[in-house]
Design a protein around this ligand. Sequence first.
Ligand SMILES: *Cc1c(COP(=O)(O)O)cnc(C)c1O
Length: 404
Amino acid sequence: MALLDREHVWHPYAATPQPVAPHVVSRADGVRLTLADGRELVDGMSSWWAAIHGYNHPRLNRALKDQLEDMAHVMFGGLTHEPAVRLAATLASMTGLPKVFLADSGSVAVEVAIKMAFQFTGRGRLLTVRGGYHGDTFGAMSVCDPVNGMHHLFSGVLPEHVFADRPPREYDEGYAARLTDLVARHAGELAAIIVEPVVQGAGGMHFYHPAYLRLLRELADEHGVLLIADEIATGFGRTGELFGCDHAGIRPDIMCLGKALTGGYMSLAATLCTERVARGVGVLMHGPTFMGNPLAAAVASASLELLRERPWREEVGRIEAGLLAGLAGAAEAPGVRDVRVLGAIGVIEAREPVDVPAVQALVMRHGVWLRPFGRLIYAMPPYSIGDGDLERVTTAMTAAARSL
Ligand SMILES: *Cc1c(COP(=O)(O)O)cnc(C)c1O
């Protein structure tokens, strides 16, 4: 398996073959991954924010099998079906945004959001903040952090948008004034402001003060610009509120959802908007082949139902407390610049880029699966993780921090 992988397969952000072979997983159950060599690891990643209920969940399995008996897929042009309609109605009621476009991945949901904003305003420029991540397709990539997003590899083909500095964790009048000024200066050419609310994920796991979201909402209204909230990572309770925007008590004009939408079972995303935006857009020029896929929609509805039933607020609060307590010791390690926790997200930021294979091997010896990147060793475990397993994750992270 490892040999064939090496021969034929690209992995994320990697050369082929990559210098360090990936580990072969043979089973995933609850919060545990079983490797082909028999090792069991506690999963600290939720497969990149997605598997919030843990793996191999009987209710999600059931939803998928039941749907499979009726239909796996039909085209969505001119046809519709209960799984997609039911999911759209549920998402509309959860978000207060009544119009739902089902997309096949987070990046595509961001492309659709950008298209909506361009079609609605007739303008073609975006404003965002540094340190963001919105996906890997060209439109999404153009609003990722220019340095982390490696814009230099694609200079000349990427549209140039307007970048504000990364918003600080604490409220800062000076930053707010500069942001206000930047939006005002570019207002005439802007279609939308696009940000990840409160937590910037793959762009650096940075947290910022919700007051800036309120400010962006005000500025967007004042200048007739749309506000796009990319909730693909922050959605569905991860930050301690159902959506990142809830920390600020605002509602965006357009919202992108993905990642945890199907509980980590398959790729599905959604772009939602207000009635006003939908009317203004009219015919939206987008339509993926697998749009509204019934299997994905059915498992998403089951995942949202599970989320409604589970005491996720208490669970995320318990994980937050466990991460805070468990990572406190890491802050004193000389190689560590910052330790931060919000909701079920725990981050150790090193002073220098970490040796990913070395850190990964170390945490695996502690029986834990993590995937560090850049200067970051971080975890966002499934909400179902128990206290003992969570302690294992924080112990491994602290050991990794001390090894830097
Ligand atoms: C992961 C992510 C995306 C991209 O989603 P994909 O499904 O990987 O295309 C977009 N925005 C944010 C905030 C993300 O975390």
